[in-house]
Ligand binder design. Structure first.
Ligand SMILES: [Zn+2]
Length: 529
């Protein structure tokens, strides 16, 4: 739910209204923890329910049990402190002064530790908070994925830093926002965005929000970087397709809600990275780009521009497909150590910069482009960041599975035919929402190596990767994946090296889904970034 947004709610909160009366968090908590609600839940649970209803009761049971352990006063205090923290964060970022924001971070860390303590006094507080964003995925799975990413990515990024080949960068002019906006609308229309169930607008930080009846998309433009806007527009489109794909008949029940933030991010990353950054799509899209921007770029040039790696970039939301994960790993490690009390808030700027140097070979010049850049901590959203990388892992796995089920997918993308992919994603992801947990599914499809090699082979057909480059298959050693308790599938990150060659890195993840129904007070509009 992040980026630099939250402007609306912040403006609303600054108005002089009695906090207690309009406190949405408190009201929702009161309903969820009321005796009547608990009694109805017990009664439903005691009934012999069909699978659908049973899954809904399972979801509500989890939310109720967590909420019931947290005192209302603490819920309210956390909400008030996050409201107070937002303007302080903005001021600290504007003045590039971490010490202004540090006391707020300290307070929110203490409140979140207390919150975690109430929910599970024996658990690692980070694990409990992670569970708010990824309810059914063990933190150990996320940790293993992030650790493997770190081990695989850092040497590759080092190599990138040493290479000095120049790739095409055809957009060296100024491209008016109106032209880019028209291109963004054409891109959405081309991908199948139903403009009678949504619309495109601009925002300081792109996000998508809505329900299965109407899901809006926002993007932002930089007159010197049209490629960035194409990517962020397709990213938010991915989020909107998931929201629009949720079962309409389940509106208002847990099964009318998304499965979790990682799955939501998998939809945006699948469209942004596996469709939007692919040579096939960009070959077919170059004409539309040239029509709107009055340029003359080839598919190859557009592909190189869209797949460039920027190791020297300090800003997470502007990071490329490869280095992005290092920004996530850095935040994950710092949050985990802060919550465990192994790191003091005053040490954050120094540790942040050390890790940036170690992982990406670059040191932020200011805290505003370092530890003050994200809004997450101002909202007390500790435990959120891993969902971004988990989403990317799922995206590769889902695209691999779709490619297997839809042999003509590449030709469809070239021809601008996206119905088959939309239908596949709706059937296999969107329609299945919260019917099953990420833990309960293991599938004959999770033969990680098959999907990896299939994917690698397809890419090699395009650009033969240099020999000696690590491919996912050899790097991981498939035996490891099959042995572990739950069957997993791996992510393949394809990078375009300055030499014009392709490189590969990998991760592992679990699969999903199935389902059920009962009515409950469940629909909340949450923006996805
Ligand atoms: Zn996103």
């Amino acid at each position: 739910m992040y980026g630099n947004a939250g402007h609306g709610s912040e403006r609303v909160r600054r108005s002089a209204r009695p906090v207690r009366a309009r406190h949405p968090h408190r009201r929702r908590h009161d309903i969820l923890t009321s005796d009547e609600f608990a009694a109805a839940l017990d009664e439903a649970e005691a009934a012999d329910l069909p699978d659908r209803e049973a899954a809904v009761v399972r979801e509500i049971r989890r939310e109720h049990d967590r909420a019931a352990k947290v005192p209302t006063a603490l819920v309210e205090r956390i909400s008030e402190e996050t409201s107070n923290a937002l303007p302080v964060w903005k001021e600290a970022k504007a003045e590039d002064d971490w010490t202004t924001f540090a006391p707020q971070v300290e307070t929110l860390l203490d409140l979140k530790r207390e919150y975690a303590e109430h929910i599970d006094p024996d658990a690692d507080p980070y694990e409990v908070l992670f569970g708010d964003y990824e309810p059914w995925l063990d933190l150990s799975v996320a940790e293993e994925i992030l650790e493997r990413l770190r081990d695989e990515l850092v040497p590759l990024i080092d190599e990138l830093n040493d290479a000095d080949a120049d790739l095409a960068d055809p957009f060296d002019g100024e491209y008016p926002e109106d032209d880019q906006f028209a291109l963004a609308e054409t891109t959405l229309d081309h991908l199948g965005y139903p403009d009678d169930h949504g619309r495109l607008d601009t925002a300081p930080h792109p996000f998508s929000s809505g329900t299965q009846f109407d899901a809006r998309v926002t993007t932002r433009f930089d007159e010197s970087d049209p490629v960035g806007a194409i990517g962020s527009t397709i990213h938010e489109f991915g989020h909107a397709t998931y929201t629009l794909g949720l079962p309409k008949e389940e509106y208002g029940t847990p099964l009318g809600q998304h499965r979790g933030l990682s799955v939501h991010e998998s939809q945006s990353r699948l469209w942004e990275n596996h469709v939007g950054r692919s040579r096939t799509f960009l070959d077919s899209h170059a004409g539309r780009v040239n029509d709107h921007l009055d340029t003359d770029v080839s598919g190859r040039e557009l592909y190189e521009a869209a797949n460039q790696i920027y190791p020297q970039n300090c800003i997470r939301v502007e990071a490329d497909e490869l280095t992005y994960h290092m920004h996530i790993i850095l935040r994950f490690e710092i949050e985990r150590d802060l919550l465990a009390g192994d790191l003091d808030v005053s040490e954050v700027p120094a540790v942040w910069n050390e890790k940036m140097e170690e992982y990406l070979g670059v040191t932020p010049e200011t805290d505003a482009e370092g530890c003050l850049q994200d809004i997450h901590w101002a909202h007390g959203s500790f435990g959120y960041f891993p969902t971004y990388s988990l989403g990317s892992v799922m995206a590769a796995q889902l695209f691999d599975a779709a490619s297997e089920d839809l042999p003509g997918l590449d030709e469809d993308i070239a021809a601008g035919e996206f119905d088959a992919l939309h239908d596949w994603l709706t059937e296999n992801v969107h329609a299945r929402t919260r019917s099953s947990t990420t833990r309960t599914r293991s599938s004959a499809r999770c033969t990680a190596c098959d999907s990896l090699t299939g994917h690698v082979a397809q890419n090699q057909r395009r650009e033969r990767p240099p020999s000696g480059f690590p491919t996912a298959h050899r790097t991981l050693g498939c035996r490891h994946l099959v042995d572990s308790a739950t069957l997993r599938t791996a992510l393949l990150v394809v990078v375009l090296l300055p030499t014009g060659r392709l490189g590969f890195v990998t991760v592992v993840l679990e699969e999903l889904v199935e389902d059920v129904v009962v009515r409950g007070c469940h629909t909340r509009l949450t923006p996805h970034y």
